[in-house]
Ligand binder design. Structure first.
Ligand SMILES: Cc1cc2nc3c(=O)[nH]c(=O)nc-3n(C[C@H](O)[C@H](O)[C@H](O)COP(=O)(O)OP(=O)(O)OC[C@H]3O[C@@H](n4cnc5c(N)ncnc54)[C@H](O)[C@@H]3O)c2cc1C
Length: 504
């Protein structure tokens, strides 16, 4: 039985690798089958512009949700750096600067933009409530799911109502009055989730963006996101895990016979699905679960220099954190309505961040010396359906609109700052939701595989790790599990624990 393993993992994303490491460490034989020719899924670093030695985090780029406990247990040499700036939001010729420690400059910036100290006071109260929630929820992420009542009883009543029961849009509207401040807060509810501010889907997304490691701080992975994967691959290899890339799984039988497109078959005592639940459903012949479609455009850029801003702020400060472009609350709501009606929004909300202001190690020494920088832009409310008729044409139109919106805040147009390839084209790569489905199997480009869930189970439902499927020998070990989305390793850990528990 050369092709028989204790566990076969379908997909070699970071979660599949985390699961494989935990299981191999416990003495199980593990084999990973990956469709692409390299491992990592949405957590890869790649030389996107072949003429330049710059390893961009091609898809995911910041880390918050990965528990230190996983890094320590697996002995990974993986570090993240703090950003000194949380965000900058240009507004006409000025802007709102929020430092990571909300210092005096932040307070003054709030006053200048909003005209009083009230919004900054509301900001501090709101986020200290969120912090309280994060401190309760984060430690439960690597345990079996708590029940709704257990979690509710551990959290202040008002905070629970505001974050779980009431749409996040209502809470924001009640507590804040400034359109720009409201928008900066709401964006965390919309990254990767196509929803109106009054839909609880935005609450779920908001919470995932604010509970990581009990702080919700988003940090820069040293060496880029691919560093996490290379560390996991070398750990898994040393533990005896075997891999096959360019091996797309096309079916899984009830008896756990796993078949690849090449015709190769594998037997297993357990199967872990790192692929999305919708993909798993196709493989097992079940009806696929319903889910929202992906709604973001990702633009990767290499620049010769950072653009100067009309507000006069130093670009090294403005781009060091999250740079919000047209993400006022009213912009977000209008864009949602327009794109839900099938149109490209007049104003496309987006945010950007510059990895190289915090960590230059993703560039060659020559590029660092010459002052090159990277920018990555994440536009929201651009659902997959907008691209169905003409993916390339719509991408071009959206990229042009976004550059125009960005240029409204810049002294130097972005086109003048971008590096060029030898054929004169700009170093810009735009990825639509359809491209993500094509290149890394994200169903309709949903970056979290499927809609996020609240991190608890309903009272009276069976105990669960949030990874179970209809077949007791098949578990979801990827982003589509409950508590799955993002770069976290959490569902990988939890699926491994579910297997180990079921063997006892
Ligand atoms: C553009 C973008 C930006 C993002 N930004 C961030 C961010 O900054 N921070 C953050 O925390 N999260 C971010 N995310 C989300 C995060 O990257 C994902 O939720 C996470 O990487 C999922 O990891 P995973 O291991 O569960 O699955 P994936 O990374 O999706 O890996 C699944 C693997 O399964 C393989 N596979 C699928 N079907 C088959 C099959 N039939 N046979 C064999 N193999 C198969 C795929 O090729 C893939 O390699 C982003 C995602 C995207 C797309």
């Amino acid at each position: 039985m050369g092709n028989k393993y204790d566990v076969v993992v379908v997909g070699g994303g970071h979660n599949g690798l985390v699961a494989a490491c935990y299981l191999a460490k416990a003495g199980l034989s593990v084999h990973i089958l990956e469709r692409e020719d390299s491992l990592g899924g949405a957590t890869v670093s790649q030389r996107v512009f072949p003429e330049y030695d710059a390893q961009l985090s091609r898809y995911s780029y910041l880390v918050s949700l990965l528990p230190q406990k996983i890094i320590d247990y697996l002995g990974l040499s993986f570090e993240t750096f703090a950003r000194s700036v949380a965000s900058y939001t240009p507004d006409k010729d000025e802007g709102l600067l929020v430092s990571s420690d909300w210092n005096l400059e932040t307070e003054q910036s709030f006053e200048a933009i909003t005209g009083s100290s009230a919004e900054f006071g509301a900001w501090k109260t709101f986020y200290s409530d969120v912090l309280h929630f994060a401190e309760v929820v984060a430690p439960t992420m690597l345990e079996k799911l708590p029940t709704r009542s257990e979690l509710k009883n551990a959290v202040n009543h008002e905070v629970w109502e505001s974050l779980i029961e009431r749409p996040i849009g209502v809470s924001i509207e009640e507590q804040f009055s400034n359109d720009l401040v409201r928008g900066v807060i709401l964006t965390d509810g919309l990254i990767g989730t196509f929803a109106d501010a009054h839909d609880l889907a935005a609450n779920r997304c908001f919470l995932y963006h604010l509970v990581g490691n009990q702080t919700g701080e988003w940090r820069v992975p040293k060496g880029g996101m691919g560093r996490l994967v290379s560390e996991l691959v070398s750990k898994a290899t040393s533990l005896g895990v075997s891999f096959e890339t360019s091996s797309e799984v096309i079916s899984i039988s009830n008896e756990l016979e796993v078949t690849c497109a090449s015709g190769a078959t594998y037997g297993a005592d357990f199967v872990l699905a790192n692929c999305a639940p919708q993909v798993l459903a196709k493989l097992t012949g079940e009806p696929p679960p319903a889910s929202l479609e992906g709604s973001q455009v990702k633009i990767n850029m290499l620049l010769q220099k950072l653009p100067r801003l009309k507000s006069g702020i130093d670009p090294k400060i403005a781009f060091a954190g999250t740079f919000h472009i047209d993400e006022r609350y009213s912009d977000l709501q209008k864009a949602y309505k327009q794109s839900a009606a099938g149109c490209i929004p007049d104003v496309i909300p987006a945010e950007m961040y510059c990895h190289t202001l915090t960590d230059t190690s993703i560039l060659s020494n020559e590029l660092v010396a010459a002052g090159y920088q990277t920018l990555t832009l994440f536009a929201i409310h651009t659902p997959a359906a907008l691209f169905d008729k003409d993916n390339e044409g719509v991408k071009q139109e959206i990229t042009a609109r976004l550059f125009k919106q960005l240029n409204a805040y810049l002294v130097d147009p972005i086109e003048e700052c971008l590096a060029r390839n030898s054929d004169g084209t700009l170093c810009v790569e735009t990825k639509s939701p359809l491209d993500l489905e094509d290149s890394i199997s994200l169903p309709r480009g949903n970056i979290f595989h499927k809609d996020l869930s609240f991190p608890f189970r309903e009272d009276g439902t069976p105990e669960s790790w949030g990874v179970e499927t209809a077949n007791p020998k098949i578990f979801i070990c990827g982003a589509g599990a409950i508590r799955g989305g993002g770069v976290s390793g959490i569902p990988g850990h939890n699926a491994a624990m579910a297997i180990l528990a079921s063997q006892k």
